[in-house]
Every structure is written in C-alpha cells, then in structure tokens.
Write a protein that binds this ligand. Sequence first.
Ligand code: MLT
Length: 388
Amino acid sequence: MAQFPLADRLAALPPYLFAEIDRVKQEVKARGVDIISLGIGDPDMPTPDFIIEALHAAAKKPINHQYPSYRGLLGFRQAVAAWYKVRFGVDLSPEKEVVSLIGSKEGIAHFPLAFINPGDLALVCTPNYPVYNVAVGFCGGTVKYLPLTSDNNFLPDLDAVDNDTWKKAKLLFINYPNNPTSATADRAFYERVVEKAREFNVIVLHDAAYTEVYFNPAKKPMSILEIPGAKDVAIEFHSLSKTYNMTGWRIGMAVGNETLVNGLGKIKENVDSGIFQAVQEAGIAALQQGEPYAEKFRAIYRERRDVMLQALDKAGIGYRKSDASFYVWCNVPKGYTSAEFCTNVLQKTGVVVTPGNGFGAPGEGYFRISLTVDMPLLEEAVSRIIKL
Ligand code: MLT
C-alpha cells in the first residue's frame, strides 16, 4: 500500500478549530443528545429576500455563467468603494484599491503568500482567528504573538514590542471588533498602529469582518483606512457574511494600499478564478440596499446579548460586556480549564460553546458564546447552562 505522508506544514497543524467543534458536535448528536450550537459565528437568520431575488435574476443571465473576472466585477468593486465612502468616509479606487474575495477567510489565508518569504516574521494579536498564524506558517514565516488580555482591554501593547522585533516584522494582524473577545478599538489605537507600521515599514492586515455588528451607534466601529496615512501600510478585509447573513455565499473584499491589493490579486489570479458573477450582482444589491436589514439584525443580536448577559449573571459566570460582534467572551468558572469546561457543558447540556484556548494560549481561562441561534433556542440554552 502506498504511503502518502502529509507535508510537514500540514502535519504540524492541530485540527482546524471549527472543523473540530463540528466533528465533536456530530459525535454527541449521534448519541441522541439534543444539541444547541453556540460554537461558531454563523448567522442563523436567512439572507434577506431582496438579495436572493437579485441572485435569481443574475443567475438567469447567460453572461454570468462564464468565468468571472479575476479581481471582481467592476460593478461589485464600485459598490464596495461607494459603501466605504458612505460608511467610513474613505475614498477608494475601485480599479486599484479593491479586490473581490471568495469570503474574507480565503483572502486572509492567501495574503501572506504575496508578501511573506520563508523565515519572515509576522506579529499576530492573540487569541485570534486561527487562519492568521496558519497562513503565515504555510509560507514558512514565523509568528510572534502579541497577547490580548483583560489588563490591556484586549488591545495589543505595541510599545511592549522591542524595536528589533518591529524592524524584523513584515506583517501585523489586527482584528476589531475582535473575534473572539468582542473588544473594539478606538481611533487612538488605530493611529498608533499606523504610526508604528509607517515607522518600521510593516504591513497591517486589518480583519474588519464584524464592523457592522455593533450595538452603540454613537461608537460605530472604524475602518483603519479612516486614519490619515493608513493607505501607506494597510489592507483591510471585509465580508458580506456577518453583515447580511451570507456566510455560505462566499463573498468578501480586500481594500486599501494599492500594492498590497495588487499582490493579493496576483496570488488569486494564480489560484482561483473569482466569484460566480451572479453572487457578485447579489453582493452589489446587498451593499446598496442592505443597511435597513443590517440595522434589524443588530437589534436582534443586541437583544440576544442582553438575554445572555442576564443569564450569565444568574449563573455567576463572569464576562466581557460587548459593544460589537455577536460573541460573548466569558470567564471559565474556577476549577476547570477552558477545554474541560466546554466539554462538560456539551456532555451535560448539549450546548456547544468554544474553548478560549482554541484561539491561542491567552484564551485559556475563557470560553466564547456565539449569539447565532434564535431567541427560543437561546433561552433553552441559557436555562440548561443555569441548571448546570
Ligand atoms: C467563528 O466562529 O469564529 C467564525 O465563524 C469563523 C469564520 O468566520 O470563519
């Protein structure tokens, strides 16, 4: 029998967090346990009808059945630029500063291929979306983790990184509103990031997937591109997934510095052939007409968050009160590790929550709840957790 050992880069990896959660969930489900999953940030509400109707109309056009354009329909990129102007006051050239993505995960995973050589250093704020460090590892790069802790309000302490490390670093990953901690960043933080990155010639990759899930309209999450000079160093990744309940559609965008956008575009020309144009036309509709729906979804997540926080209070479980994202970052009760606690909750209640250490070492002692089930299910999950 032939032997096909995995390449070292893959053999060295732990199982992908969300695939592993899904595997365990299926295993427990097969034992007849009634599962409620608060484990993955996959919006439960349907994609709004007007987006589905736009897809339907676009899918009927034969022109959309051919290979799409590599970097995205110009109309999609124009819609992205127009949305950025309205939402953030940021001007973008649709031709040069926007590229379409098959979901922001794909773009983030491919981006380091364009700029990271073996041995290059990337700075990753952690706990983090696991794709950041994996993508750097796939390029043979090394990672220095910048811990996000409650002491620093889950923002990296950029001044604690010494100048030699800044000089070596090629790429810094940041992500606000943050997954998994739900922390948000203010203008002063982004200004500091841009200042450091310009001083040391470091690329900033801002994962901004959750900017539209916010609960305080007076403090809307920012784009890093709002900061003067950010376009010298930054590329921002966005997605239609969380804003318009389109996770399965696989559509997102990267915007910002022309050289960075172009580098990613070149990688993508070599590895994929773009997004089905009908999906892009639906994406245009979402970006142009989706705001009232995004507003409605925010109100629903806010209500869910409040129900969950009350339940956590009753259960005596500590948490970080979030202003944005649909995650609640909670303290694991004393006497458990993150993994022990989440396994216990799953086995005894059928409720899936995510162990904080799955996002990196500083996540130990925490677990993450995703508010992506409807109210009756959420209330059921809450009552099971309180009983436990
Ligand atoms: C999460 O649960 O962290 C997200 O759903 C992962 C993702 O967006 O791929």
